[in-house]
Design a protein around this ligand. Structure first.
Ligand code: DUC
Ligand code: ZN
Length: 459
């Protein structure tokens, strides 16, 4: 039996912080307490550091085909970057094509990820079609550890109509599943894009103009009425703006259960990025929903503080600058998505906790505890207590660095947060009782992540 004592740190949970040592025994936490007296095989002094439960990123797209290309990060490079950024579990979106079975999608995602992933991992299953055979596949998804699903209200290749959303949600309700939904109004966006194209407005500045916040809010509102009809809880993924939040508030007032996720790009960047006259500098920020006006950031931070938003994930979906060039002549061909998995923890600490917008406990809830509960990983993940996996981020508030793409290990040649200065930094990352990252260095080049079969939502 191998034991390791992390001594002298401040341990964070969703409800607060306390001075405590952590005893790791093999891959699990054996004890958490003040001045633990035990003979450990090894001791690390973490005095002055804050210890978070390993972060969970419940929204990544690794090795995904988008717009005629494939994301720059696969499971190997993406999860290595994730681990370096303190994320010890990712949940990626298995994505069968329309007409393919869910089982095929699941097998394909296992092929992409198994043996190639540095952190622990699981998958949400995308439902992009609704018919009897897909319905019949659902119980076995749960049996295989897939308890959460995703549906799209936009993107022709993946979207489902209102009727199918309704039927799928009803079925998930009966099975105890949870579903995340990408909310944007497909039809009006399509119309606006056609108008911009007809006017010869083909640059990246057309991207935010054709996907305005109110068309996201409309889809949120419609989804929540459909969820009301189906009597099913839902997750609004990557929510970006006040009007959408207002729709969530209305649904909660009606008694519905609604969970909300947002992402660092909506908290820290603003739409001016699209109006940069340099094409490449603007195009690199194309993602959907788009980055919004500055005023939306404050509303999102406020909602985080009040507990109205439950999780911060990244929607990591990275493309190199050369890949973004695919849309040089037409903004709708720019592959959409940003890298983020490597920087989320440090950014949210630096621009949230250190700036007193949220507490360390709130950050713990948003990045660890709530995603663990929402997606059936709790208490194995998401908390530092005896019996839980020893997934630990040792955060040193005394460090600071400037975020630069050249320092990052994700397989992408730019960083959306280039030049951002961190308050503190990740000193160590432990995964299943093993020290995996020390001072920014990934220690073992063999992927050790395991697939985690998940249970049901407990949030
Ligand atoms: N939005 C993106 O920008 N990329 C991937 C999928 C999504 O919803
Ligand atoms: Zn996504």
């Amino acid at each position: 039996m191998a034991t390791h004592l992390l001594k002298g740190g401040v341990v964070v949970s969703g409800s607060g912080t306390k001075r405590a040592d952590i005893l790791i025994e093999n891959n699990k936490i054996a004890a958490v307490g003040r001045n633990l007296r035990c003979a450990a095989d090894a001791v690390t002094d973490v005095t002055g550091c804050i210890l978070f439960p390993g972060f969970i990123d419940a929204h990544t797209h690794f090795d995904l085909d988008v717009a005629g290309t494939t994301t720059a990060d696969n499971f190997y490079t993406g999860s290595r970057a994730a681990l370096r950024g303190g994320t010890t579990t990712i949940i990626d979106f298995a994505c069968p094509n329309k007409g393919e079975s869910l089982h095929h999608g699941l097998e394909l995602w296992h092929q992409k990820a198994d043996g190639k992933t540095f952190c622990d991992y699981s998958f949400h299953m995308t439902i992009d079609d609704w018919n009897e055979s897909i319905r019949a596949e659902l119980p076995d998804m749960f049996a295989q550890g897939i308890s959460s699903f995703k549906m799209y209200m936009t993107y022709p290749a993946m979207m489902v109509g209102d009727r199918d959303l309704y039927w799928a949600l009803k079925e998930l309700k009966s099975l105890g599943g949870i579903c995340g939904v990408h909310c944007e109004n497909a039809g009006v966006i399509d119309g606006m894009i056609a108008e911009r194209k007809a006017a010869g407005e083909l640059g990246p500045d057309s991207h935010p103009l054709t996907r305005p916040p109110y068309l996201e809010a409309e889809a949120v509102s419609r989804l929540l009425r459909i969820a009301q009809a189906a009597q099913c809880p839902v997750v609004i993924v990557h929510l970006t703006n006040r009007e959408a939040l207002r729709e969530v508030e209305h649904a909660r007032q009606r008694g519905q259960t609604v969970y909300v996720e947002t992402c660092p790009q909506y908290l820290l960047l603003d739409e001016s990025v699209y109006f940069n006259p340099d094409w490449s500098s603007a195009a690199r920020y194309v993602c959907a929903p788009p980055i919004r006006a500055k005023e939306e950031q404050d509303a999102l931070w406020k909602a985080l503080r009040r507990g109205e938003i439950q999780t911060i994930s990244t929607d990591h979906c990275s493309f190199t600058l050369a890949q973004k060039e695919l849309g040089r002549e037409d903004f709708t061909r720019i592959p959409g998505g940003l890298p983020g998995v490597e920087t989320r923890g440090e950014l949210i600490y630096s621009y949230g906790v250190a700036r007193k917008r949220i507490s360390a406990a709130r950050m713990c809830r948003l990045l660890s505890e709530n995603p663990a509960k929402l997606y059936g990983l709790f208490p194995r993940k998401g908390i530092l207590r005896p019996g839980s996996d020893a997934d630990i981020v040792v955060y040193d508030p005394g460090l600071s660095h400037v975020i630069e793409a050249s320092d990052c290990v994700a397989n992408v040649d730019y960083n959306p947060y280039e030049g951002f200065v961190t308050a503190g930094g990740i000193r160590q990352v432990w995964l299943n009782g093993r020290l995996c990252v020390n001072q920014g260095t990934v220690l073992d080049e063999t992927p050790q992540g395991q697939f985690i079969a998940r249970g049901k939502c407990s949030l």
